[in-house]
Design a protein around this ligand. Structure first.
Ligand code: NAD
Length: 490
């Protein structure tokens, strides 16, 4: 299978105007499974013009009618879950079960966005003075766009797009050029929704396409998810151009294990969190901070369970984790592991030599664990985004919280304990946007915002829930006087 992908603009499949194509690589085999346009400004100009033209009609379509398309969208995704999940695994490498779980998360966001007629309601004060009323109405902004990363090809555009269009905006989705086939298939299905032309568009490409979105005057609202350096660039450039931007960035998530933590549950959740999706989750546990004697009884159990995890092709139902996304990524991660060892960490489990039979060119790394990691080391400071878990031992909860708070990232932090007081102190004092208590991947449900602090997020309103509704609407404050005497004169 080798397919040249097209853009979806103004209700039609069109060739990109860029003259170069990139290979889409199956990370399990190293083989090309498709070709994607490298992208260009002209494609964004076409999509923005089409979306802008469609906006007038769409914003005047009642919200109750707009959400009817979302109900159909949900049914379409649910009835094609297996097929879409298989494409996701093919180009992204994660296991088939992980791809299916991602679909559930996407659908949950559509379900929440179906409540837009209620979610867009606002406040009304009668008689702020005699015969004068004041109220707020929420209106769409125009054309919105989302720029997504490789690690959740299905889910991430749904943190934004269903809310944006249900609120009356038109939209452009820019998938990651590393995993463009999944969203292409989803758009093929969406063609049958018969949305008005131009309401929903998809443009492929990389950096040039992103920069064109950041500059285009017809696109006032941009949602980004990806690495911190690019999130910063998108936020700075977009806002400089007068746009509202929400940019979710990288992470270095810590899990604190207290001496009283229930060992079996704690270890199982930590290992799933660190090595699920081959560690390529923005909520993956990448650092375990053991407090006091937790180090002695938790660390050997983590190693033993991690050792039992099978690395393999995502379509192999016996595999617990797939490959990392690219050959470059594998080299980068292996270099970081070596750097960690050179800077004094203990190599407790080495996944670098893992081999998957019949997949000699796949980007596989097995679960890797580094002990006695120090705060100053590169392996602690850098987001590894691979199946590598660092362990740091501290004496007190206060020390653990201070360590987390000094980290530049603030996406998520979790604690395992049987003490309500310890959990409360952690929740109150830890500087991270998503907090887990006896939870390994504190992924907010669609009816909560997906938070993030410090260099893990640039902006104020996050993806999902009421935050997405606020982000994709602007408020208009109206003050009205209706005088009975005027009416009597006519
Ligand atoms: P990335 O930053 O390389 O790419 C993200 C998007 O930006 C892609 O669509 C890509 O085409 C575009 N892009 C890449 N380089 C660019 C540049 N120089 N200028 C303009 N655009 C550019 O991220 P990735 O490797 O695809 O994804 C992994 C990253 O995403 C990790 O850092 C992970 O933590 C982060 N992530 C964060 C969250 C969150 O909610 N905070 C969720 C998922 C992933």
């Amino acid at each position: 299978m080798s397919k040249s992908l097209k853009n979806y603009i103004n209700g039609q499949w069109v060739e990109s105007k860029s003259n170069s194509m990139l290979d889409v690589i199956n990370p399990s085999t190293g083989l090309s499974v498709g070709k994607v346009p490298s992208g260009c400004k002209a494609d964004i100009v076409d999509a923005a013009e089409s979306a802008n033209q469609a906006w007038e009609g769409w914003r005047n379509t009642p919200a109750t009618q707009r959400v009817q398309y979302l109900y159909k969208m949900k049914a379409l995704l649910e009835s094609h879950t297996d097929e879409i999940a298989a494409i996701c695994t093919l180009e992204c490498g994660k296991t088939y079960a992980e791809s299916k779980a991602e679909m559930t998360r996407a659908v949950e966001n559509i379900e929440v966005a179906c409540g837009i007629p209620t979610l867009m309601q606002s406040v009304f004060s009668e008689d702020i003075a005699t015969g004068v009323d004041e109220f707020v109405i929420r209106q769409p902004l125009g054309v919105g766009a989302c720029i997504s990363p490789f690690n959740f090809p299905i889910m991430i555009p749904f943190w934004f797009m269903p809310y944006a269009i249900a609120c009356g905006n038109t939209y452009i989705v820019k998938p990651s050029e590393k995993v463009p086939m999944t969203m292409t298939r989803i758009f093929e299905l969406f063609e049958t929704l018969n949305l008005p032309k131009g309401v929903l568009n998809m443009v492929h490409g990389g950096r040039e396409t992103v920069d064109a979105i950041l500059e285009h005057p017809f696109i006032p609202a941009i949602s980004f998810v990806g690495s911190t350096p690019v999130a910063r660039h998108v936020y700075q450039t977009g806002t400089l151009n007068g746009k509202r931007v929400q940019a979710q960035g990288g992470a270095k998530n810590a899990v604190v294990v207290m001496p009283d933590a229930e060992p079996e549950t704690t270890v199982k959740i930590i290992v799933d969190s660190a090595f699920g999706c081959a560690g390529q989750r923005c909520l993956a546990a990448s650092v375990v901070i053991t407090v006091g004697e937790a180090a002695e009884h938790i660390t050997p159990k983590i190693i033993a369970l991690a050792l039992s995890k099978k690395t393999g092709d995502g379509m192999d139902s016996s595999a617990d984790m797939g490959p990392v996304i690219s050959a470059e990524s594998k080299v980068r991660i292996e270099k970081l592991i070596q750097q960690g060892i050179d800077q004094g960490a203990d190599l407790l489990l080495d996944g670098r030599a893992v081999k998957v039979s019949g997949h000699e060119n796949g980007n596989f790394i097995g679960p890797t664990i580094l002990g006695n990691v120090v705060e100053e080391s590169e392996v602690y400071k850098t987001e590894i985004f691979g199946p590598v878990l660092s362990i740091i031992n501290v004496k007190t909860l206060e020390e653990a919280i201070a360590l987390i708070n000094r980290n530049r990232y603030g996406n998520s932090a979790c604690i395992f304990t049987r003490s309500g007081a310890a959990a409360r102190k952690f929740r109150h004092n830890t500087m991270a946007g998503n907090i887990g208590v006896n939870i390994g991947v504190a992924a907010p449900m669609a009816f909560f915002p997906f938070s993030g602090w410090k260099e893990s997020f640039f902006g104020d309103l996050h993806g999902q829930s009421s935050h997405a509704v606020e982000f994709y609407t602007q408020t208009k404050v109206v003050i009205e006087r209706w005088n009975e005497e005027w009416s009597r004169k006519f």
